[in-house]
Ligand binder design. Structure first.
Ligand code: UD1
Length: 338
């Protein structure tokens, strides 16, 4: 029998792409999602791509009873935990909602896993934990800097909660610190579905190109970078999804070196905002309307990953180029607006 993996937040952007990759690798998948920032259409999309409809259970993970009942009804061999709020600005306005949803739910989930001896646990963390790193590319050894937002703080505390739980129990866990996930599935059947006005660069670009937004604001061109705009490490969401399989299998095969490990998941290549815009214009054939405005509060100058540890230990490497990732984001935008 193939292993059954629970994906929390499995109808979300990264969760849905990970569900597809897991099914493609022969795993059984059960998705738990509260549909607060996702839609059941995504379940159809996963089925359309893979030919398999994963089991789905609607659960709000802040509801401890409901979570308990879920685990009474479903036996799983491992968990990949995506479900969380993820808007930096909103987290500043609603810190308690972020702490409740991102931390209470994590605690309830870990309580279930430890009581039931479910071992492999993969956690969605973020490069935001490094703040502005002193050295680039940033390695996992770089110090965690004071969080710029409640959202960022939930990722830092989430890692600590897991670390302490691993020390005290038999849980085995890996936290993946994502850099900037972009793009969509090559079939354009699933992709990112931002609610309202996108906060992130790539969905803002594609919505501007398709005419939903009048123009893109580039936040600052006075950074100490070659073209003055901020630098990030943009990783194709399918590459990112595959990193989860690699992490899960490391724990399932017991090839982990410690019971809690942390890996950077990026491409290792930094691109400036202007480079992203130019590359987008090239792959889409669209001229993008943009203007330079002042810096956005909380933004760092540059963040890109040293991925040597993930490359070696997870035997995983990002394969897609920025061109491919942006082309897939554009194909997805064209598809959903058609
Ligand atoms: C942001 C979060 C990060 C989170 C990640 C999740 C902040 C400060 N950081 O990363 O904690 O893990 O999203 O996806 O919000 N940009 C523009 N114009 C725009 C939008 C963005 O110029 O309309 C620039 C930003 O200034 C930045 C780059 O594009 O330099 C990437 O921005 P974004 O996509 O929002 O990601 P991060 O800020 O890196």
């Amino acid at each position: 029998m193939s292993k059954k993996i629970l994906i929390t937040g499995g109808l979300g952007y990264i969760g849905s792409h990970t569900a597809v990759e897991l099914i493609n690798e022969g795993y059984q998948v059960v998705i738990l999602d509260d549909l607060s920032n996702s839609s059941l259409d995504v379940l159809d999309g996963i089925e359309q791509i893979t030919g398999v409809r994963p089991e789905f259970v609607k659960v709000d993970m802040r509801d401890k009873q409901a979570l308990n009942q879920f685990f009474d009804n479903y036996q799983v061999d491992g968990v990949i935990h995506f479900s969380a709020f993820k808007a930096v600005g909103e987290s500043v306005e609603k810190p308690l909602a972020y702490y409740e949803n991102n931390l209470n739910a994590l605690v309830y989930l870990l309580q279930e896993l430890t009581v039931r001896n479910i071992r492999p646990f993969i956690f969605s963390s973020s490069c935001t934990v490094y703040g502005q790193a002193d050295e680039l590319p940033v390695t996992e050894k770089a110090p965690v800097k004071p969080a710029e937002s409640p959202y960022g703080f939930t990722k830092q505390v989430g890692e600590i909660i897991i670390r302490d739980t691993v020390r005290a129990t038999k849980l085995k866990a890996i936290a993946l610190r994502y850099f900037n996930p972009i793009g969509a599935h090559p079939t354009a059947i699933i992709g990112e579905l931002p609610l309202g006005i996108p906060q992130n660069l790539v969905p803002f670009i594609t919505q501007t190109a398709i005419g939903l937004r009048a123009e893109l604001s580039v936040f600052g061109n006075d950074y100490p970078t070659p073209d003055g705009t901020a630098i990030r490490d943009y990783i194709h969401v399918v590459d990112l999804a595959k990193a989860h399989i690699a992490a899960l299998e490391r724990l399932l095969n017991q090839s982990n070196k410690e019971n809690f490990e942390i890996f950077n998941i990026g491409t290792g290549k930094g691109s400036s905002v202007l480079e992203v815009i130019q590359t987008f214009e090239k792959v889409s054939g669209q001229k993008l309307n943009y203007k330079i405005v002042s810096r956005r509060t909380g933004d760092v100058v540059a963040a890109y990953a040293n991925t040597a540890l993930a490359n070696k230990e997870l035997r995983w490497k990002a394969k897609s180029s920025l061109e491919e990732a942006l082309a897939s984001a554009w194909a997805w935008e064209l598809k959903i607006r058609a």
